[in-house]
Each structure stands twice: as C-alpha cells, then as structure tokens.
Design a binder for this molecule. Structure first.
Ligand SMILES: [Zn+2]
Length: 233
C-alpha cells in the first residue's frame, strides 16, 4: 500500500478527532503530508468513521490528483493543499466545526489571548481569515479558502499560531504531523470555550500581558523551551 504508515497515521488522527468530541456529524477531516514524496493522505469523502480503513485513506499529489485509493478525497482537500504549499514546516492539517471555535468564526472575531492555556499553544490571538469575494465563492471555493488563510498569515507566523478561524465557516488547525494538528484543534476548542466564558463573566477582561504570554509560549516552544523532558537521541 502506497504510504502505508502515513495512511495509518491519518486514519488514527481522524478517529482521534471524533474521540475528542470536536467532530459534529461528518464535519471534520485530517490530512498528513510526506514532504519527501510530495504526496498528501486525507480522509475520503462521506465514509463513516467507524468503517474507515487505511486503504480507504486517499493519497493525492500536491495538485490534488489521486494517486492512491479508490475513493474520492474529502471535498476540503484543496484547502489542505494550499496550506501545505504556503506553510512549508507543517506536516498535518485538521478541520472541524467544533462548537465554540465555530461560534468565534461565525462572529468573525479573533480569539484574544486571555490566559496562559491559550499562551501555551498560540503566540497571539487566533485570527479570522479574510473574507472571500462572490467570485471566489462561485469558483474554486475550497482552494480560495486556503488562499485566504495564507493571505491572513502574510504578517503572522503559522508555526507559532497553528490555527485560524475561517470567517463565517469554522476553524482549521495544523502542526508538525496529523496527530499534532488534531491536538491543536482540541486545544483551540478549549481556549475558544474558555474565552467565551471569560468574556461572559467579565466583558472588560483584558488580554494577558505580553510578558506572561511570551513566558508561557517560549517555555514550551523554540530554542529556550524548558517545559517537559529533554529529547534524547
Ligand atoms: Zn467545514
């Protein structure tokens, strides 16, 4: 089976997305990329999660041409492909319609960093994507969605803010591999819920100070990270 390991990883990540409760109905999909092969593995369209097998995970090239599997890929494939093209360090992408993150996307409001949970994962507010024109919506819609996300990150770093709220739609998250993309989707939903509760309790709640935000982000990420155990080789 072509890219058997990656397909198994992508299947496991899709099932984990469901297990974590961030998938409503079939609104969810995860993909992974082999940068060496220039190939992407993604959930097939419209197959029930409980029946999915690795061989049903669809493999495509970066132009979206199917090179492995008999099923059609998730209809969101072109969005995933744009993210892989524009964000060279990512290895996995996850899309959900999880409740609170989607509420922020529908409100077209970025999620402010109100606490250290957010700061541990996202080095800044989680942004809302620029809106699509009527022509983009009528045309290659899913691809235009990916381009809009890339445009939104023109002055932002996708490696330190691994998620976006697509305006009027729902979130996309990414990471170094499919499992990390799923973890970021779950944490995004958690911080979206916490931010909504925080602002309900105190509409004047202020974002975390830059010093505290930086301290939390950089103790887990980058050259000066010290959280957790040292990696051994
Ligand atoms: Zn969607």
């Amino acid at each position: 089976m072509l890219l058997g390991n990656l397909r198994e990883e992508v299947l496991a990540a899709n099932l984990e997305l469901v297990r974590q409760g961030v998938v409503v109905s079939t609104f969810g999909n995860v993909s992974g990329i082999s940068r060496r092969d220039g190939l992407v593995a993604i959930k097939p369209s419209g197959v029930p999660y409980e029946k999915m097998t690795p061989v049903q995970i669809v493999v495509t090239d970066l132009a979206g041409k199917v090179v492995g599997g008999d099923l059609r890929p998730s209809s969101d494939l072109p969005t995933h492909l744009e993210l892989y093209r524009n964000f060279p360090n990512i290895g996995g992408v996850a899309h959900t319609h999880s409740e609170y993150a989607t509420a922020w996307a529908q409100a077209k409001l970025p999620i402010p960093c109100l606490g250290t949970t957010h700061a541990d994962y996202f080095h800044g507010p989680v942004p809302v994507s620029v809106e699509l024109s009527a022509d983009e919506i009528a045309g290659d819609y899913e691809r235009a969605t990916g381009k809009a996300i890339a445009l939104t990150f023109a002055a932002l770093d996708p490696d330190t803010i691994p998620a976006v709220l697509v305006a009027g739609h729902a979130p996309f998250a990414w990471g170094k591999d499919p499992a990390t993309a799923v973890h970021h989707s779950v944490m995004l939903e958690y911080v979206a819920r916490m931010a909504a509760h925080t602002l309900a309790l105190n509409p004047d709640a202020q974002p975390l100070s830059r010093a505290l935000h930086d301290r939390h982000f950089f103790r887990k990420h980058g050259a000066t990270a010290y959280y957790g155990q040292k990696a051994r080789d």
